[in-house]
Design a binder for this molecule. Structure first.
Ligand code: SF4
Length: 126
């Protein structure tokens, strides 16, 4: 895998009640400053056309992505095409996290955990 994990946040237009308790900027800045991330970025709606265009612009093969958004099974369904077209195996190279209905603090713990596991798997090559 190339480089460090990338963090992509989708916040459901920023208007969704599921994210009402989340301070996205605190979360993104925590990822950028405290976790060993290549970058952290926020998109308002990855599951519509411009979201797919964005993914197709940025996705690279041999890279690990951690996505904070909605239900992981939905993420897989909605993002599969973009990842497949970019030569990425969703099951192996993407960690989809459901961050809905969480406080910023709880989301930080969940994302930190995912980064910990991602770094371990990058080290061991699994
Ligand atoms: S991908 Fe999930 S979190 Fe993002 S806009 Fe679509 S439904 Fe909402």
């Amino acid at each position: 895998m190339n480089g460090k994990p990338r963090f992509i946040m989708c916040n459901c237009t920023g208007e969704c009640p599921g994210f009402k308790d989340m301070n996205f900027w605190q979360l993104l800045n925590f990822v950028r400053n405290e976790l060993d991330a290549e970058y952290a970025v926020l998109h308002p709606q990855l599951c519509v056309d411009d979201g797919e265009h964005f993914l197709l612009e940025i996705l690279k093969p041999d890279t690990l992505y951690i996505i904070g958004a909605c239900d992981p099974r939905m993420q897989k369904k909605m993002f599969r095409d973009a990842f497949e077209k970019s030569g990425i195996d969703f099951d192996r190279q993407v960690v989809p996290l459901d961050l809905r209905s969480m406080s910023t603090e709880a989301a930080i713990v969940k994302v930190k955990d995912a980064f910990g596991q991602a770094h371990n798997s990058l080290k061991t090559g699994q």
